[in-house]
Design a protein around this ligand. Structure first.
Ligand code: ATP
Length: 383
């Protein structure tokens, strides 16, 4: 099997990274469990998941710092089993930048080049250091010491150092984790621009969904060593495969029900309300009579004062009482207690605060959604 796969690979393509049934055991712990994917050159791929889900182990196997227990990795369409990290055409940027404190910026950035044999001519080394510093907007900082730089600048030095050897794949292990929120946001934009400029494959590990979504064009959501969902961020947000992914990626309201009719838009009878609602069905086949959850993002609900009118043609409305409203700056998050739905989160843009038409805690309200906002997801705990 392995031989066939390898012989099929004729023309190496730079920047392609493939994992085939990759597994890593540490004693009793299965850190990575049968993971497969193929990245096209230039992909910005984020491995997203909670602490301990195996994302760093997966990255370290690609880098060559850990050996898989099972499965194979191909970089540039070449198998890399037994190839040491420095021969893999990949470079890694870590959360703790691991810069050399006694060296200045230029010496740190040029470190990888000085290790190359045969030696590069001096002027070429200087040119490449200058190019790498320009890429991360640190021209003029050549002779600064590392301790004279801010956290964001240090991280940019680490990026320049990782890029100077012109890797075909850059691995980033929570590289922004040590930065404060504002700097993180700035660096996210910078990294995205840098990726566009250099055009190489980036594999980025993070537990922060905002970070993954703002930069990556492909996200793999991991849990317990398994990739649960792999795709473009908008799709993952809009069509999570199960309850766990739906809750991990932002907030979600769930209402229990029973499937009455299938098709692209199914009909679900909500258990508590006893009412049938329409909702987009998942890709997985679901049969009528099965328990499922209707899920709706808080920002896809509406809220107003007063009592419900008869249901509109395209959507649902329910009465409730406003429990509390939390001011989030650009949005207001309302918690509503509804007899028919239970506790519901509703997020609205903060323009309502300006019009003065906000319901107050304790008031009767009506909440609702359009049919297109509702999705059916399976509760993976029930299989
Ligand atoms: P974090 O975000 O906290 O870094 P992670 O998703 O990157 O978490 P890993 O570091 O890959 O997760 O760890 C996955 C699992 O493997 C964890 O249960 C961890 O304790 C275990 N593990 C990782 N490295 C080792 C090791 N060298 N020896 C034993 N167990 C390990």
């Amino acid at each position: 099997m392995r031989r066939t796969e390898r012989s099929e690979i004729r023309e190496p393509r730079h920047g392609v990274v493939t994992a085939v049934n990759l597994t890593k055991h540490f004693g009793e712990v299965t850190a990575v469990d049968n993971v497969s994917f193929r990245l096209e050159p230039g992909t910005f791929f984020a491995l997203l998941g909670p602490s301990g889900c195996g994302k760093t182990t997966l990255l370290r196997m690609i880098a060559g710092f850990e050996q898989p227990s099972n499965g194979e990795i191909y970089i540039n369409d070449q198998p890399v089993a037994g190839v040491p990290p420095y021969r893999r055409h990949v470079n890694t940027v870590f959360q703790h930048y691991a810069l050399f404190p006694h060296m200045d910026v230029a010496t740190n950035v040029g470190y990888g080049l000085r290790q190359q044999r045969p030696r590069l001519p001096r002027h070429e080394m200087e040119q490449r250091v200058a190019d790498a510093l320009r890429l991360v907007r640190l021209t003029g900082f050549e002779h600064r010491r590392v301790w004279e730089l801010s956290g964001g600048q240090q991280q940019r030095v680490a990026l320049a150092r990782a890029l100077i050897n012109r890797p075909t794949v850059l691995l980033l292990d929570e590289p922004l984790g040590a930065l404060d929120l504002k700097l993180r946001r700035e660096m996210q934009v910078e990294l995205k621009l840098l990726h566009e400029q250099v055009g190489i494959t980036f594999i980025f590990v993070t537990h922060d969904q905002n970070e993954a979504f703002s930069m990556a064009d492909r996200v793999a959501v991991m849990r317990n060593g398994v990739i649960l969902q792999d795709g473009d961020p908008a799709r993952i947000y809009d069509r999570p495969v199960n309850r766990w992914v739906a809750s991990f990626i932002g907030q979600m309201n769930f209402f229990e029900g029973l499937v009455e009719a299938t098709g692209e838009q199914g009909a679900i009878r909500l258990t508590r309300a006893g009412r049938v609602v329409r909702a987009l069905m998942p890709d997985t086949a679901i049969t009528a009579g099965r328990a499922a959850l209707v899920s709706i993002r808080p920002e896809r609900l509406w809220i107003r004062r007063g009592a419900p009118e008869s249901n509109g043609q395209n959507g649902q409305s329910f009465s409730g009482r406003l429990v509390r409203s939390i001011f989030l700056g650009d949005q207001i998050e309302h918690t509503v207690e509804s007899q028919e739905l239970g506790r519901v989160l509703v997020r609205v843009p903060n323009v309502t605060a300006m019009t003065g038409d906000m319901p107050a805690a304790g008031e009767e309200v009506v909440i609702g959604w359009r049919d297109e906002a509702a999705r059916v997801v399976l509760d993976e705990a029930r299989g």
